[in-house]
Design a protein. Sequence first.
Length: 270
Amino acid sequence: MRHSAPQPIQDSTTIEASPAYADNVVPLRRTVTRTADSDDRTARLQLLGAFELHCGGRRIPVGAAAQRLLALLALRQHPLARATAAGVLWPDVTDQRAQANLRTALYRLNQVCAGRVVEATSHTIRLSPTVSVDATEVAEFATALLDDPTRLPARWPTIESMHRDLLPEWDHAWLRPEQQRYRSLRLHCLEALCDRLLQHGRFGQAADAVLAVVHADPFRESAHGKLIRVYLAEGNRNEAVQHYLHYRRTLRDELGLNPSPEIGQLVNAA
């Protein structure tokens, strides 16, 4: 997945708001030129947690082949040659069969969401620029957050989306590298978000952010260390010690390892 710095948001219907992790979250959106009937034509693609496609505010059921096609186009973020897309999605059939499968998927998408989600020429296909994608929004937010360690971005994705992995129930060879890259970016983003919120004295939100990392990777020591720092910063020394003891017990029972001296010193200093 390519992650570029987010572009200025020009949607005049989106309201500026101060960043908040628990409330007043302003969802990111792709730049869309509003017209009188644009609400009926715009589409939104969900790739985090589970696949969903919404067109004109309605959830649209699409088949497995069309789902894979939309996910591929969303993650590649640039026009693909038809032959390339067909070869990626149907690697175990002949080129002719793969091309036929692609045409069928495009036809079925056009039947349920005509002209709204895919732009196709005789040689290339791409996701329509008017389609918003939750994975792209979170990736752009993460990039902005990690690129500038001095501030919190003004625009935030939805809280739920930041806690989800990329199509976790899917298992396709072309998708695995994207899933791994996105997961790494998401966890680093949440840890950085915890640090930033802690600096601003927003302890509950900082704990929420890093607890999502602990849930995703129970053995990730950097996340446990940050959570302990949050507990100590808000004066909950007992909670910090109890969390350390639970982490140490889990690490010993599951991996036969001990926490690093650094995290132990953090608790002892309390």
